[in-house]
Ligand binder design. Structure first.
Ligand code: ACO
Length: 426
């Protein structure tokens, strides 16, 4: 067995820690003590930069090589050959569905697209200009009050039921939230349409005769596939941490959606659009790059914590963008984006720091061309990521090593002191 030998220079003692799957168990460090009163050595790792928090067989990611696979299948092949619901099944149940399973799954999800009228009333109660992510978070949490069986997280059968409910209802909640912001009557789900076709219809159909364009429907399908999971990212970590208390998955998805709402996670594509609009023209790109290199600003949509080669999703999205623009007409910001990318990819500043376009560099341009307002961008991320969150939740619930998430801390506060009387406190 591979081992790590550690000598504690405080005591001169030597320890041998087993190395399994390229990791040592953090708890094995606990035996390293100065004396019997010592709590034992801990690892300090804010933001879990070098800590594996779980074992997972859902998504494989190699940031240096630019590889992303769901259940072993390369993202490029899934984006080319599958529908979003096929990929959701793959993430949730581990294998691609056969034809019969897929037909049944589409029907099953379609059966759960409606939301209770009470939930619609909750959406109606939000102010007209409420952010749709805020509505999504609130409504997901509210669903737990309707589906009381969701608290039985030990039952595999009930877990499956909540997964279908959430995957079915997320587009409906999102579309109803959008229509609420417009002050428009909602369009109810049409289960004859595809998952994305139905979603587009609920968003944009007002008179009853609206048809989605097949190219745009497919583009959204591809974007949904690309966003379906990304191993232990911020929102997935939130899903795992929150549901480790065995709370129901509706509350868990509300928490994960809240994590996704933050600009460092689900909001970067909106920032890319703002940046492109601010640059304003191709002629101003060199000046902008100069300010980035001077450290005055960041080139939004570039760089990634994990991908230090290229983000494989960005390549697929770029191709997708061209197909969408053939239908919608070119987004006027595209030329600026292309010029930024061209210069950045040959500039030593970006090359040396391994900064490449990420998934957000082009996705905002596509969404804007398709007619989505910017507040809907993080919602368009949350809908497909629900499959990933649920796959990781189900895996965690079945994992015998799962315990309630409870990190340690290094206490840096005051030493023990006595409470002084109120009068006379500074
Ligand atoms: N533009 C200019 N310089 C950058 C950028 C950027 N977008 N990203 C990183 N750098 C530079 C940093 O200034 C730093 O330079 P230095 O070594 O001279 O100090 C170096 O590259 C390393 O940067 P870090 O911030 O340490 O990299 P980290 O891995 O922590 O950050 C992040 C990753 C947050 C994504 C960063 O690249 C960034 O802010 N990008 C822009 C925002 C963005 O597009 N986010 C979307 C990410 S994808 C997603 O969440 C779905």
């Amino acid at each position: 067995m591979d081992q790590l030998t550690i000598t504690d220079e405080r005591t001169g003692k030597t320890y041998k820690l087993p190395i399994v799957d390229g990791t040592i168990r953090a708890l094995d460090l606990r035996q390293i003590r100065v004396d019997d009163k010592d709590f034992g050595l801990m690892a300090y790792d804010p933001a879990f930069m070098n800590t594996a928090s779980c074992r997972s067989s859902v998504t494989y990611l190699d940031g240096d090589a630019g590889i992303l696979r769901y259940r072993g299948y390369p993202i490029e092949q899934l984006a080319e050959k599958c529908t979003y619901l096929e990929v959701a099944w793959l993430l949730l149940f581990g294998e691609l569905p056969n034809k019969q399973q897929l037909d049944g799954w589409e029907k099953e999800v379609g059966h759960h697209t409606l939301i209770h009228e009470n939930v619609k009333q909750i959406i109606d109660a939000f102010r007209y200009d409420a952010h749709p992510m805020g509505i999504l978070i609130g409504v997901c949490a509210a669903l737990s009050t309707l589906y009381k069986d969701a608290s039985d997280v030990k039952s595999a059968q009930l877990r499956r039921l909540q997964m279908v409910r959430l995957i079915g209802k997320m587009p409906t909640i999102a579309a109803f939230a959008y229509r609420h912001s417009l002050g428009q009557r909602v369009t109810y789900p049409d289960n004859r349409a595809s998952y994305t076709g139905n979603f587009l219809k609920m968003l944009f159909d007002v008179g009853g005769d609206w048809q989605s364009h097949p190219v745009l429907e497919r583009a959204l399908e591809i974007l949904f596939i690309l966003h379906a999971d990304h191993e232990q990212n911020c929102s997935t970590n939130a899903m795992r941490a929150v549901t480790s208390s065995q709370v129901d998955p509706f509350s868990g998805v509300a928490a994960a959606t809240a994590a996704l709402y933050g600009p460092l996670h689900g909001g970067a594509n909106e920032a890319v659009l703002k940046m492109l609009a601010e640059i304003g023209s191709v002629a101003k790109v060199p000046e902008f790059i100069k300010s980035v290199k001077a450290g005055e600003r960041r080139l939004m949509g570039f760089g990634h914590r994990v991908y230090k080669n290229y983000d494989p999703r960005a390549r697929i999205i770029k191709e997708c963008a061209y197909k969408v623009f053939e239908v919608t007409g070119k987004n006027p910001l595209l030329e600026i984006a292309l010029e930024l990318e061209r210069i950045a990819l040959q500039d030593a500043y970006f090359v040396d720091r391994k900064l490449y376009p990420n998934v957000d560099f082009y996705s905002g341009l596509i969404y804007q061309a398709m007619g989505f307002p910017t507040e809907m961008f993080p919602v368009l991320f949350a809908i497909p990521r629900t499959a990933g969150w649920l796959a990781q939740w189900d895996e965690q619930t079945r994992d015998p090593e799962t315990k309630i998430a409870r990190p340690r801390q290094i206490y840096c506060g005051a030493a023990k002191r006595d409470v002084p009387p109120l009068v006379g406190r500074g």
